[in-house]
Ligand binder design. Structure first.
Ligand SMILES: [Fe+2]
Ligand SMILES: [Fe+2]
Ligand SMILES: [Fe+2]
Length: 404
């Protein structure tokens, strides 16, 4: 497989930040905007390498809050008490996830401190100014700016500045805040960033200018980053905890037993890890519904396969996995979705993933039914062999799945 790991890891991170800001059919672009702001505020404050770490930290800063039913900014704006534990711990969870990605150690530390206030009243550690890295202080200001911008109350620059200044010396360092305010005024950044249609362009530009974090060759950086991505996908909907990771793992086992090449095994595992990435925009109320879905809701669920395809195409280095990952609901007899592919027209990897996906779904509890035993799940798969699943792969997969 010829991929550039440095570019690939950067692209996976930017996609993770993108999906963490999807709320149903809305895109909030919070982390992209925070990254743009942090990049501008940090100019001439810290060296280029640290600015790059800060940019990537900004992209993932709220990833630890992904299990909330709505985007974390709503809870911060309304200062609600519900889900307080998740809100308070999101810097710790986010730092932990980020640290699993190679070369993201510095970024992970900034994430840990991104809600600390210089007067020591922030969280999770109530650190005071001298213990908070400058990068984390910049991240705090950039984050605070976009949280305020997401509420229509501060759509005028003067009002935003007035609100930010209220917290000078408490939440933010006075001089750093002055710098941030100057940056908002410079080159009409405030006007540009508050107009949604500019954001993708602004982000692409900032991303290209920042460059990638360097990943040493011959490391399994891409694999590790994808495992983290799978964890993030699984966190989005708590009842699916661990599903993507398990499907990736089972699919790899089955692919090995099929005696495929090392590259093919890796591809199938990676596609398995990301197969449900398109579920990130599904409303919690649909996935958690205890009874059967309406036609419209079922349609929403089916859309995830297409969205998996779309999102995976954003990771240009892994584009070749998009058809494998997004065809996991195709049926061998051609009656599946999204394309209605039949038999050998379904990518081989998808035929493996589809069995592992169904198996894991059956052995897991769902809001609408209790879990089956691995043995019962296997006999269900056998029953659907030839109709839903490729019979040749079922034969190889059953002995493996039974013993898991
Ligand atoms: Fe946050
Ligand atoms: Fe944030
Ligand atoms: Fe799926």
């Amino acid at each position: 497989m010829r991929i550039n790991p440095t570019k690939c890891v950067a692209e996976i991170i930017s996609v993770l930040s993108y999906i963490s800001d999807v709320e149903g059919t809305r895109k909030l672009y919070h982390s992209w905007k925070v990254a743009i702001l942090a990049k501008n505020i940090s100019e001439r404050q810290i060296n280029d390498e640290k600015r790059r770490d800060l940019f990537y930290a900004a992209l993932l800063h709220d990833i630890g809050g992904i299990s909330l039913p709505f985007h974390i900014i709503h809870y911060l704006l309304r200062q609600e008490k519900v889900y307080r534990n998740i809100v308070i711990s999101h810097p710790i969870v986010g730092a932990g996830l980020t640290a699993q990605i190679p070369q993201m150690n510095a970024a992970s530390k900034y994430i840990l401190d991104h809600h600390e206030w210089i007067d020591g009243t922030g969280y999770p550690r109530a650190k005071t100014k001298e213990f908070i890295p400058l990068e984390a202080q910049i991240l705090r200001i950039a984050d605070a700016i976009d949280i305020l911008l997401q509420s229509k109350k501060y759509s005028k620059l003067a009002l935003l500045i007035k609100r930010l200044k209220k917290n000078a010396g408490r939440e933010f360092d006075v001089k750093l805040l002055d710098k941030a305010i100057a940056v908002l005024k410079q080159n009409r950044l405030f006007d540009r960033i508050t107009d949604e249609k500019n954001i993708v362009g602004l982000f692409k530009h900032a991303f290209a200018e920042t460059g990638f974090i360097h990943i040493p060759r011959r490391s399994d950086a891409v694999g590790k980053t994808l495992e983290t991505a799978a964890e993030v996908i699984d966190m989005k909907h708590p009842y699916t905890a661990g599903h993507s990771l398990r499907v990736g793992h089972y699919s790899m086992q089955v692919a090995k037993a099929m005696k495929l090449s090392h590259d093919d095994i890796t591809k199938i595992k990676w596609a398995g890890l990301l197969h449900d990435i398109g579920k990130v925009n599904l409303e919690r109320k649909i996935l958690d519904k205890p009874d059967s879905l309406s036609k419209a809701e079922y349609h929403r669920v089916q859309e995830h396969a297409n969205l998996t395809n779309e999102i995976m195409n954003l990771i240009t280095e892994l584009k070749f996995l998009a058809p494998i990952a997004s065809s996991h609901h195709e049926y061998f007899d051609g009656s599946g979705y999204p394309y209605g592919l039949k038999g050998e027209f379904i990518p081989l990897g998808s035929r493996v993933i589809s069995i592992c996906d169904a198996f894991d779904a059956m052995i897991s509890n769902r809001p609408y039914r209790k879990n089956l035993s691995p043995k019962t799940a296997c006999s269900q798969i056998k029953k659907r062999s030839g109709r839903q699943f490729d019979p040749a792969i079922v034969k190889i997969a059953i002995p493996i799945l039974k013993n898991l």
